[in-house]
Design a protein around this ligand. Structure first.
Ligand code: HEM
Length: 146
């Protein structure tokens, strides 16, 4: 005879310790990569006006923070793919994941082109594409986490 069912399907559950570490590192890296780009973008007009000679050094200093954060996103993202048993995922999850990977590549390539560009128009276009792709990847990440 079946006993009383006392598990409420929608009841909030605490994450286990390893999940807290995995997602915290992923989200922390996303904060540095996404937030840093947007913050730096917002500071550039002031820097250009008040201290134009510092612009290149500031951009280089930011790159030294941003690229390790991107590497941490990839490493913890791969960890998540293993941890959530992605091979059992629905086809919708697979499709969103594939789109997210394309956006992660676009974010990385856009940022790289932005750093290396020699004309202002290419630099601006690449920054725009990189930032949009990054923000879209972040939203799809939230969708993947369910
Ligand atoms: C621009 C780079 C990236 C950003 C901004 C980003 C952002 C995020 C965010 C915000 C979440 C939601 C976390 C939560 O709600 O707790 C997430 C989840 C996830 N991300 Fe990323 N991510 C990036 C790169 C990657 C990469 C490179 C991979 C895979 C190689 C990946 C795989 C995943 C997976 C599988 C989840 C779901 C984790 C789970 O359900 O436990 N992400 N991502």
């Amino acid at each position: 005879m079946a006993g009383p069912v006392n598990v409420v399907p929608s009841a909030p559950q605490l994450a286990d310790a390893l999940t807290i570490v995995r997602l915290s590192l992923h989200v922390f890296a996303a904060c540095v990569w996404v937030g840093g780009q947007i913050t730096l973008g917002g500071l550039v007009p002031t820097l250009r006006r008040e201290a134009p000679q510092a612009l290149t050094a500031v951009a280089r200093a930011f790159a030294r923070l941003a690229w390790p954060a991107y590497a941490l996103l990839v490493a913890t993202g791969l960890w998540s793919v293993a941890a959530v048993h992605a091979s059992d995922a629905s086809s919708a999850w697979d499709a969103v994941f594939a789109l997210k990977m394309a956006l992660v590549v676009a974010a990385g390539v856009g940022t790289l082109v932005h750093q290396r560009a020699t004309t202002a128009s290419l630099r601006g276009a690449a920054a725009g594409i990189g930032t949009l792709a990054t923000v879209a990847a972040m939203v799809l990440g939230v969708a993947l986490a369910g």
